[in-house]
Design a protein around this ligand. Sequence first.
Ligand code: PLP
Length: 461
Amino acid sequence: MSTAAIHGGWRARDPHGAVVPPIYATSAYAHPSHESLKALFARRCEGFAYSRSGNPTTAVLEERIALLEGGIGVIAVASGQAATTIALCALLEPGSHVVASNRLYGGTTEFLDDTLADLAVTSTTVDPWDLDGWEAAIRPETRAVLLESIANPGAELVDLPAIAEIAHRYDVPVVVDSTLASPALYRPGDHGADVIVHSATKYLGGHGTTIAGLIVDTGRFDPHRRPERWQRLTTPNRRFGVTFADDYERGCSGLLSYARAKYVTDFGATLPAASAQQILVGIETLDLRMDRISATAKELASRLHERPGVARVNHPAIPGRRDAAIAARDFPRGTSGVFSVDLAGGEDAAAAFCDALELFTIAVNIGDARSLVCHPATTTHSHLTPEQRAACGVTDGTVRISIGLEDLTDLQADLDRALAAVAALEPPRVVPTADRALADVQGKRQAPAGTEHSERSLHIV
Ligand SMILES: Cc1ncc(COP(=O)(O)O)c(C=O)c1O
């Protein structure tokens, strides 16, 4: 892993001997003849024509990720969101259906619910732990199963081999967003995934400088098994004049050739060469970073558990987690640096917690060298319905924490400062009537701070 992370895809091909893959800052590529460019467009040879669909720096990144994830092909794209969009577009058509975990990054849920719905694609969400639920949700028109290997923000793990076995029984490819894990901690292809997507913006880059995305074909998906279902791959493409599935016979990904020719080109979701180089440099230290970050996060999550004001810590190491066995079986090196805490005092407590932090930065990113926090209910997951937020474990008091590379003791001191600020808040004085209190309890809502308790309602609470 650590060797491939430094040398993968770069064999000092630069004519000047550049040691680090240089940024090929060019929009187009000179060809020796008319025939040469014509052959490239006719897909009779490989090479570069125009950087919207490929660039030598980006190609190094693609090759390196293919090695790290054990895939047969990779496309680098403009963002993690573009990776999810393009991967799904390559599998779906109007009338298709997606079965998705209900624990997803908010932007992915919005894409399914809104943009894909506009394109006449429907989706069903399921609790990733409900294996019968996955199977029951699959329909004849289901063309993708979608989940996160470590879910954002509650760090929930899934039994991917069991879910993949169900999906493959119906010849439905499994798409895994493995952003939080990175290939250093978990390779979804080894556990049954067909396609992997990454927001390389996070751990792969690791320095919070660059937005980038990746799509990996693990080599499991074979459109020839159901040629009638995947006609866009298994029959000659009118626009491009080729049958994309033929690429599999050369050991290449027909799915990704199709996705690059059509969607990367049409959507223009190109990763700039300078961004590719930033991610390449980040990947060089991925292996080291993920051990350190995972260990620090585990330790801090365990220490936050059962602290006053903390209703719950969402990390696989917390006693009673249903994914403890998966953590032990599939994540021997740890579960990355993202976890969340649910503060008993709701949004007011979350605000006090975040505002008191001096070392952690309030920002909607994860996987940075710096530790970050955000309040998902009002940011990353704010466009979801209350039911969708509840399903993915986001309460009004949830604070997402992304642990960086700072010293554990300093991070602990900052979290102590934040919890002290929460403790100093006026105790919640709400619950005006017994009925309201009961409704709050039944609905598991926090009573807002600053209103009066009646004796009866206090008793109920
Ligand atoms: C799990 C996950 N997937 C995808 C994305 C989208 O990635 P990007 O911001 O690079 O578009 C994010 C962003 O937070 C994410 O956390």
